[in-house]
Design a protein around this ligand. Structure first.
Ligand code: ADE
Ligand code: ZN
Length: 346
């Protein structure tokens, strides 16, 4: 592939057109203020904000916790299966516009079950949107159930027990919410149980927390992918391991910017990670809150870091390599990626 044949002027169109996956998207984080207000009206939920604009202007975060407080409040409008469907369907329409061909979608059942919304309501609503996304938009997808790490392992175990009846509707478990003070090892037993039942596993680690949390996500939880993982850069031995074992990091640049993990995008370390052979790709995390969907992440990161067509190819290829799908599917996508780059002259 002759990447130097693709000019910098062609890059935005290439980033837009190239097929890609999204592997780190919290579906509750795709809930736009307009839909929050529409669902609040439909379900007669009282909001603490008087308008869409007032809500949006509250999205000025200083760290992860300041975001999570408002994110959990926003999710309180979700009550019926149709609400979960509408939220996920709106995400899939955005994903289609960004040429996302496959999405692995996080959901946080505890945010809902603790408000007496049932596991069935959450999962069946989301699942129906996934079915329709395949049929009507050609996007494949799967669901990953995340445990809230600020709650106890016992609560996670109870949640998992409830979810087992729907095990055929999700492919794995994850770990999210407030990272500092809640190390992965707190959830060793529930992850072991999920793995015994044949589920895949991922964990947020090294977003704000130390490299030690990435080590324990790998060695104690046996996470197959690390969500964020950007703090790995401070640990040379860890970087070596991530690169040697091709352990994917699902990096989210606009999220890191909005939550002040990096002071500006020009200082983001995703290019260093890529250059050191780590399997990184870009993701949107919570696009309704962080000012951009997947292609916004690609476009803004490339502009800030001066990345080129070779970087674009590596990131998109990594997004396929890291997906929880059979190898034959990955090879089909690699071919489609090559064809796209060839159309741009590579
Ligand atoms: N839940 C939703 N977004 C998250 C993030 N960026 N980190 C941890 N938990 C989350
Ligand atoms: Zn996340």
């Amino acid at each position: 592939m002759n990447f130097s044949a693709i000019s910098q002027a062609q890059l935005p169109a290439l980033l837009q057109a190239m097929p890609k996956t999204e592997l780190h998207i919290h579906i509750e984080g795709s809930l736009e203020p307009e839909l929050i207000f529409a669902l609040a009206k439909r379900n007669q939920v009282r909001l603490n904000y008087t308008s869409v604009e007032a809500l949006r202007s509250a999205y000025a975060f200083t760290d992860l916790q300041s975001f999570l407080d408002i994110y959990y409040a926003g999710a309180s409008v979700l009550q019926q299966p149709q609400d979960f469907y509408d939220m996920a369907w709106a995400y899939f329409l955005r994903a289609k516009a960004d040429n996302v061909v496959h999405a692995e979608i996080f959901f946080d059942p505890q945010t809902h079950t603790e408000r007496k919304v049932s596991m069935r309501t959450v999962i069946t609503g989301l699942h129906q949107a996934c079915v329709d996304a395949k049929e009507k938009l050609g996007i494949s997808s799967s669901l990953i159930l995340c445990f809230l790490r600020h709650l106890s392992e016992e609560a996670a175990m109870d949640t998992f027990d409830e979810a087992i009846a729907f095990k055929h509707l999700f492919i794995g478990v994850g770990l999210d919410s407030s990272e500092r003070g809640h190390p992965p090892e707190k959830f060793a037993r529930v992850f072991a149980r999920a793995r015994q039942l044949g589920l895949r596993s991922v964990a947020h680690a090294g977003e704000e927390g130390p490299p030690a949390y990435i080590w324990s996500a790998l060695d104690v939880l046996h996470a197959e992918r690390i969500d964020h993982g950007v703090q790995a850069i401070h640990d040379a031995a860890l970087m070596q391991r991530l690169a040697n074992q091709r352990i994917p990091l699902t990096v989210c640049p606009l999220s890191n910017l909005k939550l002040c993990v990096f002071p500006d995008l020009a200082q983001h370390n995703v290019a260093q990670m890529l250059d050191q052979g780590v399997c990184v790709m870009l993701n949107s995390d919570d696009p309704a809150y962080f000012g951009g969907y997947l292609n916004d992440n690609y476009l803004q990161t490339f502009a800030a870091l001066g990345l080129n067509a070779s970087h674009a190819y590596q990131l998109a290829r990594n997004s396929f390599e890291a997906a929880f799908v059979p190898d034959a599917q990955k090879h089909t996508w690699y071919t489609q990626l090559d064809e796209c780059f060839q159309q741009f002259g590579a």
